[in-house]
Ligand binder design. Structure first.
Ligand code: ADP
Ligand code: MG
Length: 230
């Protein structure tokens, strides 16, 4: 049984339909990447799973249970971690405090595990989160997304706008997390996406237009070239 099943989902912003009959499934332990151009519906897909923009029709099943229409609060309590693309740290809190808040909700991951994953955060533990660089803030929001009992992590464009060395750190962290977590990753960086993913879904105009195993796929695959900015 898949950990996450999205079935025939239609999602709207007011009158405007952003997702059309989107279906995808994620097995326990998989890293699944959503690829597609700006506006393709990748973020909306994550928001729909997280209950932020609930679907008008279709079903979302998590761990065998129908969670369609549940509040984001309840969905997160079920073990879903959502790291949106805007990197919202709690700027007035220290790095350590940003991690201690979700760690207080329980779960297997500890603040020390987060520091093992991103040693840089350990060095910065007493710094105010608002003073961190973009790359450091990205590490912090990923680390925060793991704490509090997360089993399924939704990551929206973690590499966007980061220097190559930080992108490499983020890639290594995702590879390290692969053993313990199930991940849905939105990425425009096709090379990074193919490096870490087991399977990919390609979205265009709010529809799933392609699904494939990541192994053997290259950035110059014709389908990827057609639907993803390479
Ligand atoms: N808050 C919003 N209100 C209205 N339309 C939105 C909103 N957010 C996204 N959209 C529209 O929904 C579609 C999908 O957007 P999005 O999911 O953000 O795409 P992606 O993440 O692939 O770039 C786009 O046409 C976009 O303009
Ligand atoms: Mg997006």
């Amino acid at each position: 049984m898949a950990l996450l099943d999205v079935e025939n989902v239609d999602t709207f912003y007011g009158q405007s339909q952003a997702l059309h009959d989107v279906s995808l499934s994620v097995e326990q332990g998989e890293v699944v990447t959503l690829l597609g151009r700006n506006g393709a519906g990748k973020t909306t897909t994550l928001r729909t799973v997280a209950g932020i923009t609930p679907p008008r029709s279709g079903t979302i099943r998590y761990d065998g249970e129908d969670i369609t229409g549940e509040s984001t609060y309840k969905i997160i309590q079920r073990g879903l971690g959502y790291v949106p693309e805007d990197r919202q740290v709690w700027p007035q809190l220290t790095v350590a405090e940003n991690l201690e808040v979700p760690a207080g909700r329980g779960g297997d991951w500890t603040v020390d595990d987060a520091y093992d994953l991103f040693p840089k955060l350990h060095d910065l533990s007493n710094a105010q989160a608002g003073d961190l660089s973009g790359g450091e803030q990205q590490m912090l929001v990923i680390a925060r997304g793991l704490l509090g009992g997360t089993r399924l992590l939704l990551l929206d464009e973690p590499s966007e706008g980061l220097a190559p060395q930080i992108v490499a750190d983020v890639r290594d962290a995702i590879l390290e997390l692969k053993d313990d977590l199930t991940i849905v990753l939105v990425e425009q960086n096709v090379r990074l996406a193919l490096d870490v993913a087991d399977r990919v879904y390609v979205l265009a105009n709010g529809r799933v237009v392609h699904e494939d195993d990541a192994e053997g796929l290259t950035p110059d695959d014709p389908t990827l070239r057609e639907h993803v900015a390479v």
